[in-house]
Design a protein around this ligand. Structure first.
Ligand code: MRU
Length: 359
């Protein structure tokens, strides 16, 4: 179901108690229309993630946590075993929506691990507890964004031209974003920044979402086509690059929106620091390197018929990976909620995350 709104609510909001539903901004409609979706079934949540109504690694994790609660609402009248079986079915189903952003699996695993300790409770009590946990995931995400902003702001000096790719802003999280949180925090310190937003073909998250967010927050922004980034660097317009990430391997190789790797190479060629901003929930320490990060392949029509208009001949072969992997050696620093990881090495990552987890 769809409703129109004139106010600017959060990326997503849980409405009601354990029998409630998830309301989220339909990001496929921005910036032209502000429309919210009401997800009242687990299929609604799956579809919202798949079609990118809700997107961005941390936001996908939060949506999946609430989606689990929605999927379990129909099981509270059954036995504890039936509730358990339904939970596994629901989390497996949500896990099948998109493969790359590890925050999705992180959130689902967190709920499953918790549920496994709740055997003494009735299904109704378990559902209440799972909703509490989903809310905690959302609240913690908001705090992580704020901390990333605080730690990263020092990287952007007054007068910096900063390039970002895709959307790693509030729309991609429950808070202020990751890469954009750094920009917002630096701007809040009174620094004058000129943000360049890559358009981000084929789905234009940079053009549609990042520039919209920057405009709303009053941060000067300039939109460029992806192919202009190298020239803008050559002309001296850009002094730093910062992006988000969807999954970071133990050695720091970072998957992010397709095109990020090219931007990192361009930054290297021009001697410009390339930064990644991401919460600890985006790290996948089970993968030693980025070589095993699963890369989502999306519908060829996104390339040939973007936004409804045919731009390529019928029948043309298309390759449409949604993400690429930037090797750690191209990343100057990773900004996390626990501080900066610099240099980006397996040891430094392990030490920062372990210290943060025990703090
Ligand atoms: O396909 P999307 O729009 O979900 O891709 C999003 C990105 O690549 C973001 O940069 C990433 O998830 C980080 S969001 C804080």
């Amino acid at each position: 179901m769809t409703t129109q709104s004139t106010t600017a609510p959060r990326t997503m909001t849980w409405v009601g108690g354990a029998d409630g539903y998830l309301r989220l901004i339909d990001q496929t409609k921005l910036p032209v229309e502000f429309v919210e979706l009401e997800c009242r079934s687990v299929e609604d949540v799956w579809q919202a993630i798949k079609q990118l109504s809700v997107r961005g690694a941390p936001a996908i994790g939060v949506a999946a946590a609430y989606g689990t609660v929605i999927g379990l609402q129909s099981a509270v009248g059954g036995t504890a075993d039936e509730f358990d079986a339904r939970r596994r079915e629901v989390t497996d189903y949500l896990a099948s929506s998109r493969p790359t952003a590890v925050n999705l699996f992180w959130a689902l695993n967190r709920l499953n691990r918790l549920a496994e300790t709740l055997g003494d409770l009735t299904p109704t009590q378990q559902l209440d507890r799972l909703l509490e946990e989903a809310r905690a995931i959302e609240d913690e995400d908001r705090e992580m964004c704020a901390a990333i902003g605080r730690h990263g702001a020092e990287l952007l000096k007054d007068g910096t031209g900063v390039l970002t790719h895709c959307n790693a802003g509030g729309l991609a999280t429950a808070g202020d974003g990751t890469a954009l949180a750094v920009i917002f925090a630096a701007a809040a310190q009174g620094k004058t920044l000129q943000v360049f937003a890559d358009e981000t073909r084929p789905l234009l998250q940079g053009a549609r979402l990042t520039t919209w967010e920057l405009q709303q927050r009053g941060v000067p922004a300039t939109l460029i086509c992806d192919s202009m980034a190298g020239w803008a660097m050559k002309e001296g317009r850009i002094q730093a690059v910062i992006t988000g990430a969807d999954r970071i391997a133990a050695n720091g190789d970072a998957a992010n929106k397709i095109g990020t790797y090219s931007v990192a190479l361009l930054a290297k060629a021009h001697g410009i620091p390339f930064y990644v901003a991401a919460p600890s929930s985006t790290f996948d320490l089970e993968l030693p390197t980025g070589a095993d990060i699963p890369i989502e392949q999306r519908d060829p029509a996104e390339v040939t018929h973007g936004f409804g208009r045919q731009t390529a001949p019928e029948g043309i072969g298309v390759y449409n990976p949604a993400f690429d992997v930037t090797p750690a050696e191209l990343i100057e620093a990773i900004v996390t909620e626990h501080g900066l990881i610099r240099p980006v090495t397996t040891e430094q990552i392990a030490a920062t995350l372990a210290a943060g987890a025990s703090a």
